[in-house]
Write a protein that binds this ligand. Structure first.
Ligand code: 5AD
Ligand code: SF4
Length: 469
Protein backbone atom coordinates (compact mmCIF):
# COMPACT_ATOMS: atom_id res chain seq x y z
CA UNK A 1 0.00 0.00 0.00
CA UNK A 2 1.50 2.52 1.46
CA UNK A 3 0.45 5.53 -0.50
CA UNK A 4 2.79 7.77 1.34
CA UNK A 5 2.65 11.27 2.75
CA UNK A 6 -0.09 10.13 5.03
CA UNK A 7 -0.70 12.87 7.58
CA UNK A 8 1.56 15.20 5.67
CA UNK A 9 -0.96 15.86 3.06
CA UNK A 10 -3.89 17.52 4.70
CA UNK A 11 -5.32 19.84 2.13
CA UNK A 12 -8.51 21.76 1.91
CA UNK A 13 -9.58 20.94 -1.58
CA UNK A 14 -12.08 23.72 -1.55
CA UNK A 15 -10.15 25.79 -4.05
CA UNK A 16 -10.31 22.84 -6.39
CA UNK A 17 -13.96 22.96 -7.09
CA UNK A 18 -16.16 23.59 -10.07
CA UNK A 19 -18.76 26.19 -10.81
CA UNK A 20 -22.29 25.29 -9.80
CA UNK A 21 -24.63 24.06 -12.47
CA UNK A 22 -27.34 26.44 -11.35
CA UNK A 23 -27.95 29.12 -8.75
CA UNK A 24 -28.36 29.47 -5.85
CA UNK A 25 -25.13 27.61 -5.20
CA UNK A 26 -24.75 25.54 -2.11
CA UNK A 27 -21.26 25.44 -0.69
CA UNK A 28 -19.14 22.48 0.29
CA UNK A 29 -15.98 22.49 2.37
CA UNK A 30 -13.85 19.37 1.90
CA UNK A 31 -10.96 18.54 4.20
CA UNK A 32 -8.62 15.76 3.17
CA UNK A 33 -6.55 13.61 5.52
CA UNK A 34 -4.03 10.95 4.59
CA UNK A 35 -2.68 9.69 1.33
CA UNK A 36 -2.71 10.90 -2.27
CA UNK A 37 -5.60 8.60 -3.05
CA UNK A 38 -7.70 10.60 -0.63
CA UNK A 39 -6.60 13.80 -2.39
CA UNK A 40 -7.76 12.28 -5.67
CA UNK A 41 -11.00 11.03 -4.11
CA UNK A 42 -11.74 14.46 -2.65
CA UNK A 43 -11.50 15.94 -6.13
CA UNK A 44 -13.80 13.31 -7.55
CA UNK A 45 -16.33 13.88 -4.73
CA UNK A 46 -16.09 17.62 -5.36
CA UNK A 47 -16.81 16.92 -9.04
CA UNK A 48 -19.82 14.78 -8.12
CA UNK A 49 -21.08 17.54 -5.85
CA UNK A 50 -20.50 20.19 -8.53
CA UNK A 51 -22.88 18.26 -10.75
CA UNK A 52 -25.32 18.47 -7.82
CA UNK A 53 -25.04 22.28 -7.61
CA UNK A 54 -22.33 22.67 -4.98
CA UNK A 55 -19.40 25.04 -5.29
CA UNK A 56 -16.39 24.61 -3.08
CA UNK A 57 -15.43 27.02 -0.34
CA UNK A 58 -12.36 27.19 1.83
CA UNK A 59 -14.27 29.03 4.56
CA UNK A 60 -15.75 26.32 6.70
CA UNK A 61 -18.28 28.63 8.40
CA UNK A 62 -19.83 29.36 4.97
CA UNK A 63 -20.35 25.71 4.15
CA UNK A 64 -23.77 24.10 3.71
CA UNK A 65 -21.93 20.79 3.68
CA UNK A 66 -18.70 19.90 5.45
CA UNK A 67 -17.05 16.73 4.25
CA UNK A 68 -14.10 15.16 6.04
CA UNK A 69 -12.24 12.67 3.88
CA UNK A 70 -10.54 10.62 6.56
CA UNK A 71 -7.57 8.31 7.04
CA UNK A 72 -7.48 5.25 9.30
CA UNK A 73 -3.92 4.09 8.77
CA UNK A 74 -2.71 5.01 12.25
CA UNK A 75 -4.42 5.86 15.49
CA UNK A 76 -3.59 9.55 15.49
CA UNK A 77 -5.23 9.97 12.10
CA UNK A 78 -8.65 8.80 13.35
CA UNK A 79 -8.39 10.71 16.62
CA UNK A 80 -7.78 13.93 14.70
CA UNK A 81 -11.04 13.38 12.87
CA UNK A 82 -13.01 13.03 16.10
CA UNK A 83 -11.54 16.20 17.54
CA UNK A 84 -12.22 18.06 14.30
CA UNK A 85 -15.83 16.83 14.42
CA UNK A 86 -16.16 18.42 17.86
CA UNK A 87 -15.19 21.81 16.44
CA UNK A 88 -17.49 21.46 13.44
CA UNK A 89 -20.42 20.53 15.69
CA UNK A 90 -20.08 23.91 17.38
CA UNK A 91 -20.10 25.67 14.00
CA UNK A 92 -23.15 23.70 12.98
CA UNK A 93 -24.91 24.92 16.11
CA UNK A 94 -23.92 28.54 15.40
CA UNK A 95 -25.30 28.31 11.88
CA UNK A 96 -28.48 26.63 13.12
CA UNK A 97 -28.98 29.56 15.52
CA UNK A 98 -29.29 31.90 12.51
CA UNK A 99 -31.51 29.47 10.61
CA UNK A 100 -28.84 28.06 8.29
CA UNK A 101 -28.08 24.43 7.74
CA UNK A 102 -24.69 22.75 7.91
CA UNK A 103 -24.64 19.09 6.97
CA UNK A 104 -21.65 17.10 8.19
CA UNK A 105 -20.33 14.12 6.26
CA UNK A 106 -17.52 11.71 7.03
CA UNK A 107 -15.95 9.91 4.07
CA UNK A 108 -12.80 7.83 3.63
CA UNK A 109 -11.28 4.99 5.55
CA UNK A 110 -12.46 5.98 9.05
CA UNK A 111 -15.98 6.09 7.63
CA UNK A 112 -15.53 2.60 6.21
CA UNK A 113 -13.98 1.17 9.38
CA UNK A 114 -16.17 2.83 12.00
CA UNK A 115 -19.48 3.15 10.13
CA UNK A 116 -22.42 3.93 12.42
CA UNK A 117 -20.07 4.25 15.42
CA UNK A 118 -19.16 7.71 14.08
CA UNK A 119 -22.75 8.93 14.40
CA UNK A 120 -22.99 7.36 17.87
CA UNK A 121 -19.84 9.17 18.97
CA UNK A 122 -20.56 12.39 17.07
CA UNK A 123 -24.34 12.72 16.72
CA UNK A 124 -23.99 15.96 14.74
CA UNK A 125 -22.74 13.89 11.78
CA UNK A 126 -25.40 13.45 9.09
CA UNK A 127 -23.76 11.00 6.71
CA UNK A 128 -21.00 8.43 6.69
CA UNK A 129 -19.81 7.23 3.30
CA UNK A 130 -17.11 4.69 2.50
CA UNK A 131 -14.61 5.00 -0.37
CA UNK A 132 -16.38 2.54 -2.65
CA UNK A 133 -19.66 4.45 -2.80
CA UNK A 134 -18.67 8.06 -3.58
CA UNK A 135 -20.68 8.01 -6.79
CA UNK A 136 -23.80 7.68 -4.64
CA UNK A 137 -23.04 10.89 -2.76
CA UNK A 138 -25.70 13.06 -4.50
CA UNK A 139 -28.36 10.41 -3.78
CA UNK A 140 -27.24 10.07 -0.19
CA UNK A 141 -27.40 13.84 0.26
CA UNK A 142 -30.93 13.96 -1.10
CA UNK A 143 -31.97 11.42 1.52
CA UNK A 144 -30.12 13.31 4.24
CA UNK A 145 -31.97 16.48 3.29
CA UNK A 146 -35.15 14.48 3.71
CA UNK A 147 -34.18 14.07 7.37
CA UNK A 148 -32.44 10.70 7.40
CA UNK A 149 -29.00 9.93 8.83
CA UNK A 150 -27.18 7.73 6.38
CA UNK A 151 -24.37 5.22 6.76
CA UNK A 152 -23.31 3.97 3.32
CA UNK A 153 -20.41 1.57 3.69
CA UNK A 154 -21.40 -1.47 1.64
CA UNK A 155 -18.92 -2.20 -1.12
CA UNK A 156 -20.77 -1.27 -4.29
CA UNK A 157 -21.06 -3.92 -7.00
CA UNK A 158 -21.11 -1.31 -9.76
CA UNK A 159 -17.93 0.48 -10.85
CA UNK A 160 -17.92 3.81 -9.03
CA UNK A 161 -15.52 5.32 -11.57
CA UNK A 162 -18.03 4.80 -14.35
CA UNK A 163 -20.57 6.78 -12.38
CA UNK A 164 -18.39 9.59 -11.06
CA UNK A 165 -18.62 12.69 -13.26
CA UNK A 166 -15.48 14.18 -14.77
CA UNK A 167 -14.65 17.77 -13.85
CA UNK A 168 -15.16 20.55 -16.40
CA UNK A 169 -12.08 21.41 -18.45
CA UNK A 170 -11.83 24.88 -16.86
CA UNK A 171 -11.81 23.25 -13.45
CA UNK A 172 -9.10 20.80 -14.48
CA UNK A 173 -6.94 23.66 -15.72
CA UNK A 174 -7.25 25.34 -12.31
CA UNK A 175 -5.94 22.20 -10.62
CA UNK A 176 -2.52 22.66 -12.14
CA UNK A 177 0.04 20.85 -14.27
CA UNK A 178 0.46 17.77 -12.08
CA UNK A 179 -2.33 15.33 -11.35
CA UNK A 180 -3.14 12.05 -9.67
CA UNK A 181 -4.98 9.27 -11.44
CA UNK A 182 -6.21 6.21 -9.54
CA UNK A 183 -5.65 3.07 -11.62
CA UNK A 184 -5.96 0.44 -8.92
CA UNK A 185 -7.62 0.33 -5.55
CA UNK A 186 -7.70 -2.05 -2.63
CA UNK A 187 -5.22 -4.65 -1.46
CA UNK A 188 -5.09 -8.44 -1.19
CA UNK A 189 -1.72 -8.61 0.55
CA UNK A 190 -2.91 -8.47 4.15
CA UNK A 191 0.23 -7.26 5.84
CA UNK A 192 -0.55 -7.95 9.47
CA UNK A 193 -0.17 -4.31 10.59
CA UNK A 194 -2.36 -2.82 7.90
CA UNK A 195 -6.00 -1.82 7.89
CA UNK A 196 -6.19 -1.04 4.17
CA UNK A 197 -7.48 -4.42 2.94
CA UNK A 198 -10.43 -3.89 5.31
CA UNK A 199 -11.13 -0.24 4.49
CA UNK A 200 -10.48 -0.16 0.75
CA UNK A 201 -11.49 -3.74 0.02
CA UNK A 202 -9.87 -6.24 -2.31
CA UNK A 203 -7.72 -5.35 -5.30
CA UNK A 204 -9.54 -3.87 -8.28
CA UNK A 205 -7.88 -2.54 -11.45
CA UNK A 206 -9.57 0.11 -13.58
CA UNK A 207 -9.89 -0.82 -17.26
CA UNK A 208 -7.32 0.47 -19.76
CA UNK A 209 -9.82 2.49 -21.80
CA UNK A 210 -11.04 4.39 -18.71
CA UNK A 211 -7.49 5.19 -17.63
CA UNK A 212 -6.36 6.30 -21.09
CA UNK A 213 -9.45 8.48 -21.51
CA UNK A 214 -8.87 10.16 -18.15
CA UNK A 215 -5.18 10.70 -18.89
CA UNK A 216 -6.07 12.24 -22.26
CA UNK A 217 -8.50 14.62 -20.62
CA UNK A 218 -5.83 15.63 -18.11
CA UNK A 219 -3.28 16.22 -20.89
CA UNK A 220 -5.85 18.26 -22.80
CA UNK A 221 -6.24 20.47 -19.72
CA UNK A 222 -2.51 21.13 -19.63
CA UNK A 223 -1.36 18.46 -17.19
CA UNK A 224 2.29 17.54 -17.83
CA UNK A 225 2.92 15.05 -15.03
CA UNK A 226 0.60 12.24 -13.95
CA UNK A 227 1.07 10.04 -10.91
CA UNK A 228 -0.77 6.74 -11.18
CA UNK A 229 -2.19 5.75 -7.81
CA UNK A 230 -3.02 2.45 -6.22
CA UNK A 231 -2.60 0.84 -2.80
CA UNK A 232 -0.68 -1.79 -4.74
CA UNK A 233 -0.29 0.09 -7.96
CA UNK A 234 2.12 -2.37 -9.50
CA UNK A 235 -0.44 -5.16 -9.09
CA UNK A 236 -2.51 -3.28 -11.69
CA UNK A 237 -3.42 -5.45 -14.69
CA UNK A 238 -6.00 -5.32 -17.41
CA UNK A 239 -6.93 -6.31 -20.91
CA UNK A 240 -5.00 -4.09 -23.30
CA UNK A 241 -6.07 -2.46 -26.54
CA UNK A 242 -4.35 -5.33 -28.36
CA UNK A 243 -6.44 -7.92 -26.52
CA UNK A 244 -3.41 -9.02 -24.46
CA UNK A 245 -3.15 -8.92 -20.67
CA UNK A 246 -1.23 -5.78 -19.70
CA UNK A 247 0.69 -5.03 -16.53
CA UNK A 248 1.62 -1.62 -15.19
CA UNK A 249 4.80 -1.45 -17.33
CA UNK A 250 2.81 -1.82 -20.55
CA UNK A 251 0.24 0.71 -19.34
CA UNK A 252 3.00 3.24 -18.69
CA UNK A 253 4.29 2.82 -22.25
CA UNK A 254 0.77 3.47 -23.55
CA UNK A 255 0.25 6.58 -21.42
CA UNK A 256 3.62 7.96 -22.52
CA UNK A 257 2.21 8.13 -26.07
CA UNK A 258 -0.34 10.77 -25.04
CA UNK A 259 0.77 14.14 -26.44
CA UNK A 260 1.59 16.63 -23.69
CA UNK A 261 2.17 14.09 -20.92
CA UNK A 262 5.87 14.47 -20.31
CA UNK A 263 6.25 12.79 -16.94
CA UNK A 264 4.82 9.68 -15.37
CA UNK A 265 5.10 8.30 -11.85
CA UNK A 266 3.34 5.61 -9.90
CA UNK A 267 2.84 4.93 -6.23
CA UNK A 268 2.76 2.84 -4.11
CA UNK A 269 4.38 -0.42 -5.01
CA UNK A 270 4.86 -3.72 -3.28
CA UNK A 271 8.24 -5.40 -3.83
CA UNK A 272 6.50 -8.65 -4.77
CA UNK A 273 4.80 -7.04 -7.76
CA UNK A 274 7.83 -5.43 -9.47
CA UNK A 275 7.85 -7.51 -12.67
CA UNK A 276 10.39 -7.52 -15.51
CA UNK A 277 8.24 -5.36 -17.76
CA UNK A 278 7.94 -2.67 -15.13
CA UNK A 279 11.67 -2.72 -14.53
CA UNK A 280 12.16 -2.50 -18.32
CA UNK A 281 9.91 0.57 -18.36
CA UNK A 282 12.35 2.22 -15.95
CA UNK A 283 15.13 1.45 -18.45
CA UNK A 284 13.35 2.33 -21.71
CA UNK A 285 10.79 4.99 -20.94
CA UNK A 286 12.27 8.46 -20.48
CA UNK A 287 8.90 9.82 -19.33
CA UNK A 288 8.96 7.50 -16.33
CA UNK A 289 10.64 9.55 -13.63
CA UNK A 290 13.69 8.00 -11.94
CA UNK A 291 12.11 7.89 -8.52
CA UNK A 292 10.57 4.85 -6.91
CA UNK A 293 8.65 4.56 -3.68
CA UNK A 294 9.16 0.94 -2.69
CA UNK A 295 8.35 0.34 0.98
CA UNK A 296 10.16 -2.41 2.85
CA UNK A 297 8.84 -1.65 6.38
CA UNK A 298 11.63 -3.54 8.20
CA UNK A 299 15.11 -4.90 7.58
CA UNK A 300 14.63 -7.96 9.80
CA UNK A 301 13.48 -11.19 8.18
CA UNK A 302 11.82 -12.30 11.40
CA UNK A 303 9.72 -9.14 11.50
CA UNK A 304 9.06 -9.19 7.75
CA UNK A 305 7.66 -12.69 8.22
CA UNK A 306 5.50 -11.61 11.16
CA UNK A 307 4.31 -8.69 9.02
CA UNK A 308 3.37 -11.15 6.25
CA UNK A 309 5.36 -9.13 3.73
CA UNK A 310 6.25 -12.34 1.90
CA UNK A 311 9.82 -11.33 1.07
CA UNK A 312 13.13 -11.18 2.90
CA UNK A 313 15.54 -8.27 3.25
CA UNK A 314 17.81 -10.05 0.79
CA UNK A 315 14.99 -10.37 -1.77
CA UNK A 316 14.39 -6.63 -1.47
CA UNK A 317 18.06 -5.74 -1.90
CA UNK A 318 18.39 -8.07 -4.89
CA UNK A 319 15.35 -6.42 -6.47
CA UNK A 320 16.86 -2.97 -5.97
CA UNK A 321 20.01 -4.16 -7.68
CA UNK A 322 18.00 -5.13 -10.76
CA UNK A 323 16.14 -1.83 -10.75
CA UNK A 324 19.35 0.16 -10.36
CA UNK A 325 20.95 -1.81 -13.17
CA UNK A 326 18.02 -0.77 -15.39
CA UNK A 327 18.07 2.90 -14.38
CA UNK A 328 21.29 4.14 -12.81
CA UNK A 329 19.97 7.50 -11.59
CA UNK A 330 16.91 6.07 -9.87
CA UNK A 331 16.30 7.41 -6.36
CA UNK A 332 14.62 5.23 -3.77
CA UNK A 333 12.00 6.12 -1.25
CA UNK A 334 10.44 3.86 1.36
CA UNK A 335 8.17 3.39 4.34
CA UNK A 336 9.28 1.96 7.68
CA UNK A 337 7.51 0.82 10.80
CA UNK A 338 9.40 0.65 14.09
CA UNK A 339 8.18 -1.23 17.13
CA UNK A 340 6.12 -3.91 15.41
CA UNK A 341 5.14 -6.52 18.07
CA UNK A 342 8.14 -8.65 18.97
CA UNK A 343 10.72 -6.28 17.42
CA UNK A 344 13.97 -6.66 19.37
CA UNK A 345 16.99 -4.37 19.41
CA UNK A 346 18.65 -6.73 16.94
CA UNK A 347 15.64 -6.56 14.59
CA UNK A 348 15.73 -2.79 14.72
CA UNK A 349 19.48 -2.77 14.04
CA UNK A 350 18.77 -4.87 10.95
CA UNK A 351 16.45 -2.11 9.73
CA UNK A 352 19.16 0.50 10.35
CA UNK A 353 21.61 -1.70 8.47
CA UNK A 354 19.30 -2.05 5.49
CA UNK A 355 18.74 1.71 5.36
CA UNK A 356 22.51 2.28 5.34
CA UNK A 357 22.86 -0.23 2.55
CA UNK A 358 20.09 1.18 0.35
CA UNK A 359 20.69 4.89 0.89
CA UNK A 360 17.24 6.44 0.48
CA UNK A 361 16.54 9.79 -1.19
CA UNK A 362 13.47 10.18 1.00
CA UNK A 363 11.42 8.03 3.32
CA UNK A 364 8.51 7.93 5.71
CA UNK A 365 8.79 6.19 9.05
CA UNK A 366 6.22 5.48 11.69
CA UNK A 367 5.76 3.96 15.12
CA UNK A 368 3.67 0.82 14.94
CA UNK A 369 0.08 1.59 15.81
CA UNK A 370 -2.19 -1.40 16.53
CA UNK A 371 -5.21 -1.30 14.25
CA UNK A 372 -8.33 -3.02 15.58
CA UNK A 373 -9.20 -6.10 13.55
CA UNK A 374 -5.71 -6.61 12.10
CA UNK A 375 -3.65 -9.68 13.13
CA UNK A 376 -0.79 -7.49 14.43
CA UNK A 377 -3.00 -5.97 17.08
CA UNK A 378 -3.48 -9.40 18.69
CA UNK A 379 0.18 -10.45 18.57
CA UNK A 380 2.14 -10.80 21.82
CA UNK A 381 5.13 -8.70 22.89
CA UNK A 382 4.00 -5.20 22.04
CA UNK A 383 6.94 -2.82 22.21
CA UNK A 384 6.82 -0.12 24.92
CA UNK A 385 6.07 3.37 23.63
CA UNK A 386 9.37 4.77 24.93
CA UNK A 387 11.33 2.16 22.99
CA UNK A 388 9.35 2.93 19.83
CA UNK A 389 10.09 6.64 20.34
CA UNK A 390 13.78 6.06 20.71
CA UNK A 391 13.97 3.80 17.65
CA UNK A 392 11.95 6.18 15.53
CA UNK A 393 14.23 9.07 16.45
CA UNK A 394 17.34 7.15 15.49
CA UNK A 395 15.85 5.93 12.22
CA UNK A 396 14.55 9.35 11.26
CA UNK A 397 17.89 10.98 11.95
CA UNK A 398 19.56 8.52 9.59
CA UNK A 399 16.89 8.94 6.90
CA UNK A 400 17.05 12.73 7.16
CA UNK A 401 20.81 12.66 6.76
CA UNK A 402 20.45 10.50 3.65
CA UNK A 403 17.81 12.82 2.23
CA UNK A 404 19.99 15.88 2.81
CA UNK A 405 23.02 14.16 1.32
CA UNK A 406 20.97 13.29 -1.73
CA UNK A 407 20.05 16.96 -2.20
CA UNK A 408 23.64 18.11 -1.62
CA UNK A 409 24.84 15.59 -4.19
CA UNK A 410 22.78 17.42 -6.81
CA UNK A 411 24.41 20.82 -6.23
CA UNK A 412 26.26 21.88 -9.38
CA UNK A 413 24.42 19.43 -11.63
CA UNK A 414 21.99 20.30 -14.40
CA UNK A 415 18.53 18.77 -14.20
CA UNK A 416 15.06 19.06 -15.77
CA UNK A 417 12.45 20.90 -13.75
CA UNK A 418 8.72 21.11 -14.33
CA UNK A 419 7.56 24.61 -13.44
CA UNK A 420 4.54 24.09 -11.23
CA UNK A 421 3.36 27.24 -9.46
CA UNK A 422 4.30 30.71 -8.27
CA UNK A 423 6.72 30.72 -5.34
CA UNK A 424 5.86 31.87 -1.84
CA UNK A 425 8.25 34.77 -2.27
CA UNK A 426 7.81 37.40 -4.97
CA UNK A 427 10.01 36.88 -8.00
CA UNK A 428 10.14 33.11 -7.62
CA UNK A 429 8.49 30.10 -9.17
CA UNK A 430 8.49 26.57 -7.82
CA UNK A 431 9.26 23.59 -9.99
CA UNK A 432 9.58 19.89 -9.36
CA UNK A 433 12.69 17.82 -9.88
CA UNK A 434 12.61 14.31 -11.36
CA UNK A 435 13.03 13.13 -7.74
CA UNK A 436 10.04 15.11 -6.43
CA UNK A 437 12.00 17.85 -4.69
CA UNK A 438 10.61 21.38 -4.96
CA UNK A 439 13.00 23.50 -7.07
CA UNK A 440 13.00 27.25 -6.50
CA UNK A 441 13.81 29.26 -9.63
CA UNK A 442 13.57 32.86 -10.79
CA UNK A 443 10.03 33.56 -11.96
CA UNK A 444 11.33 34.55 -15.40
CA UNK A 445 12.92 31.11 -15.84
CA UNK A 446 9.80 29.68 -17.49
CA UNK A 447 6.04 29.50 -17.61
CA UNK A 448 3.95 27.12 -15.52
CA UNK A 449 3.90 23.79 -17.36
CA UNK A 450 7.32 24.32 -18.98
CA UNK A 451 10.08 21.79 -18.42
CA UNK A 452 13.34 23.68 -18.23
CA UNK A 453 17.01 22.83 -17.71
CA UNK A 454 18.36 24.30 -14.49
CA UNK A 455 21.62 24.19 -12.57
CA UNK A 456 21.26 23.45 -8.85
CA UNK A 457 23.03 26.14 -6.82
CA UNK A 458 22.20 25.15 -3.23
CA UNK A 459 19.80 23.15 -1.09
CA UNK A 460 17.14 24.32 1.35
CA UNK A 461 15.66 22.19 4.14
CA UNK A 462 13.48 20.23 1.78
CA UNK A 463 14.04 21.98 -1.54
CA UNK A 464 16.62 22.90 -4.15
CA UNK A 465 17.55 26.35 -5.45
CA UNK A 466 18.44 26.63 -9.11
CA UNK A 467 19.31 28.99 -11.97
CA UNK A 468 18.61 28.58 -15.68
CA UNK A 469 21.24 26.36 -17.21
N1 5AD B 1 1.19 1.41 12.18
C1 5AD B 1 2.19 2.19 11.74
N2 5AD B 1 2.42 2.44 10.45
C2 5AD B 1 1.59 1.86 9.55
N3 5AD B 1 1.57 1.91 8.23
C3 5AD B 1 0.53 1.16 7.79
N4 5AD B 1 -0.11 0.61 8.82
C4 5AD B 1 0.54 1.03 9.95
C5 5AD B 1 0.36 0.80 11.32
N5 5AD B 1 -0.62 0.02 11.78
C6 5AD B 1 2.56 2.62 7.44
C7 5AD B 1 3.30 1.68 6.50
C8 5AD B 1 2.72 2.02 5.20
C9 5AD B 1 2.45 3.50 5.37
C10 5AD B 1 1.51 4.11 4.43
O1 5AD B 1 1.93 3.58 6.65
O2 5AD B 1 4.67 2.01 6.55
O3 5AD B 1 3.59 1.75 4.14
FE1 SF4 C 1 0.33 -2.01 1.55
FE2 SF4 C 1 0.50 -4.32 2.93
FE3 SF4 C 1 -1.35 -2.49 3.60
FE4 SF4 C 1 -1.61 -3.89 1.33
S1 SF4 C 1 -1.69 -4.70 3.40
S2 SF4 C 1 -1.95 -1.68 1.60
S3 SF4 C 1 0.59 -4.08 0.72
S4 SF4 C 1 0.92 -2.22 3.68
Amino acid sequence: MDLNTIERNETDSASQSAAAASAPAKKVFVKTYGCQMNVYDSQRMTDALAADGYTATDVIADADLVLLNTCHIREKAAEKVYSELGRIRDMKAERAAVGREMLIGVAGCVAQAEGAEIIRRSPAVDLVIGPQTYHRLPDVLARVRGGEKIVETEYAIEDKFEHLPQPKRAEMIKRGVTAFLTVQEGCDKFCTFCVVPYTRGSEVSRPVAQIVAEAERLADAGVREVTLLGQNVNAWHGKGEDGMEWGLGRLLFRLAEIPGLARLRYTTSHPRDMDDELIAAHRDLPALMPYLHLPVQSGSDRILKAMNRRHTAKDYLALLERIRAARGDIALSGDFIVGFPGETDADFEATMGLVRQVNYASAFSFKYSPRPGTPGADMPDHVPEAVKDERLQRLQALLLKQQQDFGLGLVGSTIDTLIEKPGRQAGQKVGRSPWLQPVIVDEMAGEIGDIIRVRITKTGYNSLFAELA
